[in-house]
Design a protein around this ligand. Structure first.
Ligand SMILES: [Zn+2]
Length: 269
């Protein structure tokens, strides 16, 4: 367990994926829940900090991938805490949508049977009605602001703790040992929309610490690192050159027709 800011901890015992604990006046918020067998490890982390499962007041899942919702069932049962997801992402939990590998990806079809096996067995999404559906810009009582960041999944969220300067990035980007990278293309069906989300995170101010779904936490000047990454992988689309300014509201003048030749008898001589 690593303290990454005052009252914020990184549960670093999960290996492949990260989860976080955010403490506020009313108790703890768990951000992401690890792989399907890792709910117990997260509870252990809560206890290591000296808290009881009942102190967990909320569980927020950044998106509906099994490395992020895996421990959800265990954690919900042990803590009784409500589950928050983005209003769009709830469609996966309600069983209306399914998450598939990107079949346009060269390896998508190859991975499809493995994915199907996982989804039908231990990595199955917990069918539930999430307790709170959050939307972009929503300021939660716990001090976190929801930042809707679709692309990797349609209802993916990042969470910004403005006062503590902490951004929970989810899988908008991953930290590969010190350099940022895009999430796996096979599981990112909308890469252009993801780029918009990267730019959206780059526009946030006051981000000192970035906590990723995968890879180590960036502990200082994370906003600058994210902006440099955004500039590299998601430069803003080129705008068409501006046309010469026109006066708004003034109707275009009809093309001037050549002035009629003035002819008068006086000219004829
Ligand atoms: Zn992930």
């Amino acid at each position: 367990m690593q303290k990454i800011a005052e009252d914020v901890w990184h549960i670093d015992t999960l290996g492949y994926v990260n989860a976080y604990i955010w403490r506020w006046e009313k108790g703890l918020t768990i951000i992401d829940t690890g792989l399907p067998w890792q709910g117990g490890k997260i509870l252990k982390a809560v206890e290591e900090l000296g808290f009881k499962p009942e102190d967990v007041r909320e569980i927020i899942v950044t998106h509906a991938d099994f490395d992020h919702y895996g421990g959800l069932r265990t954690l919900r049962a042990a803590t009784g805490a409500p589950v928050y997801v983005h209003a769009i992402e709830a469609m996966f939990f309600k069983g209306r949508w399914r998450r598939w590998p990107n079949l346009r990806h060269p390896l998508g079809l190859l991975y499809l049977p493995i994915h199907t096996f996982l989804m039908l067995t231990f990595a199955r999404i917990p069918r539930m009605n999430p307790d709170l559906l959050v939307v972009d810009g929503e300021e939660l009582e716990n001090g976190l602001t929801v930042v809707h960041t679709p692309g990797h999944t349609p209802g993916h969220i990042a969470l910004l703790g403005k006062e503590r300067g902490v951004l929970f990035v989810g899988d908008v980007m991953v930290n590969r040992g010190g350099s940022l990278a895009l999430p796996p293309a096979m599981f990112t069906p909308q890469p252009d929309i993801l780029k918009q989300s990267i730019r959206k995170l780059a526009r946030l101010r006051g981000v000192e610490i970035a906590a990723f779904g995968h890879g180590p936490v960036i502990r200082e000047k994370a906003g600058d690192v994210i902006r440099a990454f955004a500039k590299r992988v998601a430069p803003p689309p080129k705008r068409r050159p501006k046309k010469a300014p026109t006066r708004a509201g003034v109707p275009r003048q009809p093309k001037a027709s050549p002035a009629p030749k003035q002819s008068s008898g006086a000219e004829k001589k």
